[in-house]
Design a protein around this ligand. Sequence first.
Ligand code: FEO
Ligand code: CA
Ligand code: CA
Length: 665
Amino acid sequence: MTQSPETRFRTSQLEENDGPSVNPTDNRTMGEIIAARFSRRGFLKGSLAVSAIAATVSPLALVAADEARATEGSAFKFDELEAGIDDKHHVAPGYDADVLLRWGDPLFADSPEFDPVKQSAEAQARQFGYNNDYVGYIPIDGSAEHGLLVVNHEYTNPHLMFPGIVKIVDKDGKKAAEVAPLSKEQVDVEMAAHGGTIVEIRKEGGKWQVVRDGKLNRRIMSTTEMALSGPVAGHDRVKTNADPSGTKVIGTLNNCAGGVTPWGTYVMAEENIHGYFSGELPEGHKEAANYKRLGIPEGAYEWGAHYDRFDLAKEPNEPNRFGWIVEVDVNDPNSVPRKRTAMGRFKHEGAESIVARDGRVVFYLGDDERFDYVYKFVTAGKFNPNDLAANMNLLDDGTLHVAKFAEDGSVEWMPIVFGQGPLTAENGFASQADVLIETRRAADLLGATKMDRPEDIQPNAGNGKVYVMLTNNSKRKADQVDAANPRAENAFGHIIEIVEDGGDFAANKGKWEVLLKCGDPSVADVGATFSTATTANGWFGMPDNCAVDSAGRLWVATDGQGPKATGRTDGLWAVDTEGAARATSKLFFRVPIGAEMCGPLFAPDDQTAFVAVQHPGDGGEDWEAFGRPSYYEDLSTRWPDFKPDMPVRPSVVAITKQGGGKIAV
Ligand code: FEO
Ligand code: CA
Ligand code: CA
């Protein structure tokens, strides 16, 4: 490897890459529009509501009355947790937060027990993977207490996994390095720790248990054989020395969020794929511009030193085989996962879906990069609820759309179809396969709106709305502010709410507004728009994942808070979206220092919230107890209190109400 140690550093910086922005277009920055479009609530609070009655009522009384209305109107009944920072997870009073699965936990009868100093790819392949992100639940026989948990394993942190991989942080805590190159054996452990886990779980006596050796238990890894299907399958641009057919891919990478389809399959989103590739393309190679638009190669991993397919000089087409949505049939542990190319290729965050009125299925897809886009895919065929097997290839045929958010509060979903508009030979596209391989460039040409890192997008069947998490974008300049991205240097992110025309999720137009601008509302310059009933514990920054429970209530998980950013760890917040309580937020659960909050997912009976605690301890050097080179080395001096059971291994946690019952009711 020729990379400097600096380039090999990787943590959740893969979430917000500090490198140059890779979107070169001028799309929709609307530099002349500086005035932000306030959320309806913020606008009313800021002007009309106050001016109409300010003559007779003091501003303080107005705030108190507003707060009382919001508190009474809240859909959430629980005592709020205190925000803070330490090395443990915490849940609101009256709830239990039990670790269900941790990195390294055995999944099969023959799995070895976790031993951090004796790791091997063979052991990891039989154990729960690293850095759990998406969590889904697929009921067995319709049960809310017995089902398959499906969990993505997004990436690996060698400095937290392996003894002797030392992380160096400069005095600003910014630049860091992992010194000591990984061995091939360690790379193999990393490849086995990626991917996903399918595991049977059962609730007994009010507590969830893993069914070790459940007959459908399965690990999906970066070494699992998969098929490319849909328009790109077999195309010249996805053929390699190892796969001259262009249809067989080894593995999946950086599976961030995902989804469970209405027909009960598990979909995994391939997000930051650029980090795995190293080496240089041959001079003048035709994929150069394509790869540049995705930041490929970043060379954050050492896989290319051991496997030719991650070295661009040796396998220049390999990156085109990643960046897709992968669908897994969980009912057959030997099924071949399929990369559904019709859904586009970019840094896929998630793939939450809903059945539209006419039976077509709509998937909302975020492309998590600063200044990238919001997409939705609408299947051509209709969902058949009476024959689930009939739906198994629905994802190979449909229309991908990209969003253009207008300043008048409308949104247009523009089809990404070869031959339409600019997507022609004139712009270098010879087929729909070309358009899909270069989805970002196609969307650039269509004039899509450049967003502040689109992460999870969640349709809400209960009220017909769609929530879009926009994590942050510190690089947006004042002259790049637009209606849908209303803050320059947007450090704390925001949430957009979309209502599709006619309440039809498959519609090609809709209306939108900002539900919430995040950050500390007590700091005027931040411009946050939480309701006045939101307490000092209740506000948050950096919305990333989200869930809607079966009562239609919104829960938001965050990624990127901490001692410096917000003075609190990441966590799960309950956010009111309706009535007087709209934009009121309450803290329900928080993670140990350094972790991000993933999942979240509610069991079908709303009696359990599953949450994923990802990379606990990462980036925690600015918190004294985590100032250490590795979890598994030097612990006696750097972290005397360390115990193997401490919640510092990435974990899935099951939250239940003490004594039973629905969450927050
Ligand atoms: Fe993997 Fe966009 O978070
Ligand atoms: Ca995410
Ligand atoms: Ca994230």
